[in-house]
Each structure stands twice: as C-alpha cells, then as structure tokens.
Design a protein around this ligand. Structure first.
Ligand code: SIN
Length: 331
C-alpha cells in the first residue's frame, strides 16, 4: 500500500533569508525580502534535491504572505499570517506550516502565533543571517532543517529552527546582531539540534514543565480585529536617571499599556515608578519585564506592578496586546 501523501505549507514573509546583496562577498549591506518563497523552496526541495527521509511522502505548497524586512513587521501582517496558518492547518492533509521570516522580530511573531493558533499541529519558523546570494548563505540549510523538523515534531507548538538548533517560541530570543547562531533560549536552552538531517532532542528540555501559565490568552486568529483597532502598548526602559516624563507624554497621547524593561529582577527607579503609578491611576496597564538578556523576572513582594513570568519585554508586550483585545471582546 502506498504511503499517504502529506502536505507541508511554506509561507514566505521576507527577511534576510529572502535578501540579496550586490555581491556574493557582501553579507552585511544587502536588501532583505527580495526573493519569492517559491524560489527559496526550489533551492532546497527542487527536483534535483535529495530530501531527508522524513520528507519522502510530503508535497509542498507555498504562499507569499508578505515580503518585508521584519523590522517593519506590523499588526496587519500578523493578522493575515495567523489567519493563513489557521486556514492551512485546518486542511486534513496539511501536517505542518513552515514560515520564512526575518531574524529581527522573529521571536515576537513566533510568540504571537503561539498564542492565537488553536490547531494541534506545529508551526516552524526559520530565517537566515546572510542574504540568499551570499557565497555561504545559511538560508537553504536552515529551510531544509525547518522542513525536516516540521515533519517530525508532533502536536501543537511554534518553533524556530536555525543554525542547527531548535528553539521553542516561548524562550527564544535574538541575542547577537551578526553571528550565524544569533538565537538563544537562555537558561532553558535549545529544545534540540539538527545535524546531517538527524534530529536530537535535548533530554533536559521539557517545555510543559517550564512554561509559565499565560492565563489571559487566547484570542483565536479569526477573532483578531483589524490592525487599526489594536491597542497601543509601548515598552519603556529603566536606566540611570530614567524620567517619568516619557511616561507622562505617552499617557497624554493615549497609550493603553506600558511594559517596563526593568533593571535586574524588574526594578524601577523612583522617578519612573512615580510616573508609572500615575499612569496606572489614569487606567494604563503596567507590566514588568527585565532588560537583562536572560532569565525570568521572579515575582517578589517588592513588585508593585504585575510580572508576566518568564517573558522578555517584547513578548510581554505581545501578551498585553492580546489580553486587552480578548477582554474587549468578552465585554
Ligand atoms: C529582517 O529581520 O527582516 C532582516 C534581518 C534578518 O533577517 O536577519
């Protein structure tokens, strides 16, 4: 009996993985988001390529959802991306969705998708640090590994595969501006590695044990409002002589939520704290994260504002955006 054909859908959103530079030796000055997803996929799964065994009975479908440098990722694109993921994952023959994305805001998109998708199938994001026409471009190997992982990882979850590492969307963040392995999952570590088409899951990685509960989710992709109806949430940082003035300006301009990238275990200087308390009295939501590169903020009695356990500042902002929108909807 012939094995059932399964489908993996590859969604393109742009990034350096789709970028081009003027010369094959130029890896820093280039234009992101130049090559279409069909071209990127053909480079790794074209007729002449020998694919990993996990992809032997897999057909591919591509869709160009966006074509942008991820520094310009926006709510409108997130909404469409989430809805396209939901659409494809609802098809019985689709086993996974792979997304090509710029590295700069990848962790935000990955975390966002993890909060709004309800299907019990995986999403794997991948990216590159070098443009597609660079002499040692990393994109093709990353895409090949992402396809391979997506065919083997079971159940729901949003993952990043890059530089031979598998990271969970909850923990991963970009930690280096230029090196090839630019991502890290801090103390939790990578969920696994991919080498020569073999996947090695880290024995110590146990996402279900480590994940902090994010109880306020979940808005489903279908319920996401149009981009101009999303709330306004900003991030402010504590630093030497952090002023309350930026908070006052934001509150007067109508901000609805503020995430504080606090110092150390989420501490906030006296002047900034006064400004935030005033903002809270005016109805602005406040959350604490840390500006430290690694490690969760551990809530203590000294925290007068809420802490979203384990999330960095940009993901705390995503959680707050979704919290505000889901509460709006339930009223
Ligand atoms: C981007 O994030 O789109 C550009 C940078 C990159 O992909 O590395």
């Amino acid at each position: 009996m012939q094995a059932k054909i399964q489908k993996i859908v590859v969604l393109g959103t742009g990034g350096t993985i789709a970028g081009e530079s003027n010369s094959a030796d130029e890896g820093l000055s280039y234009k992101a988001a130049q090559r279409g997803i069909e071209v990127l996929l053909k480079a790794v799964a074209g007729s002449s390529q020998k694919l990993p065994p996990s992809l032997a009975n897999v057909n591919f479908e591509v869709e160009q959802v966006a074509q942008l440098d991820s520094k310009d990722m926006d709510f409108a694109t997130w909404r469409v991306l989430a809805q396209r993921c939901e659409f494809w994952l609802a098809q019985t023959e689709v086993v996974a969705v792979v997304i090509t994305h710029g590295t700069d805001t990848l962790e935000e998109t990955a975390f966002f998708l993890s909060q709004v998708l309800s299907r019990e199938k995986p999403i794997v994001l991948t990216c590159a640090m070098r443009p597609a026409n660079f002499k040692d471009a990393d994109g093709p190997q990353n895409l090949r590994d992402a396809l391979n992982v997506s065919a083997q990882v079971k159940g729901a979850g949003v993952w990043l595969v890059a530089a031979g590492e598998i990271h969970h969307s909850q923990f991963v963040q970009k930690v280096h501006p230029t090196r090839l392995n630019a991502f890290d999952s801090g103390e939790v570590g990578a969920a696994g590695k991919v080498s020569q088409d073999q996947i090695f899951w880290a024995e110590t990685f146990n996402a279900s044990a480590i994940l902090p509960s994010i109880s306020k989710q979940v808005l489903n992709a279908a319920d996401l409002p149009k981009a101009d109806e999303w709330p306004w949430v900003e991030i402010v940082m504590n630093h030497v002589q952090a002023s309350f003035k930026q908070v006052d300006l934001l509150v007067n301009a109508g901000v609805q939520g503020l995430v504080v990238a606090g110092t150390g275990n989420g501490s906030i200087g006296t002047a900034l704290k006064e400004g935030l308390l005033k903002a809270q009295r005016a109805g602005v939501r406040i959350r604490i994260a840390s500006r430290c590169a690694q490690g969760p903020v551990l809530p203590t009695e000294g925290h007068i504002f809420k802490v979203d356990g384990g999330l960095n500042a940009v993901k705390t902002r995503v959680a707050m955006l979704l919290e505000i929108m889901s509460q709006r909807q339930s009223h």
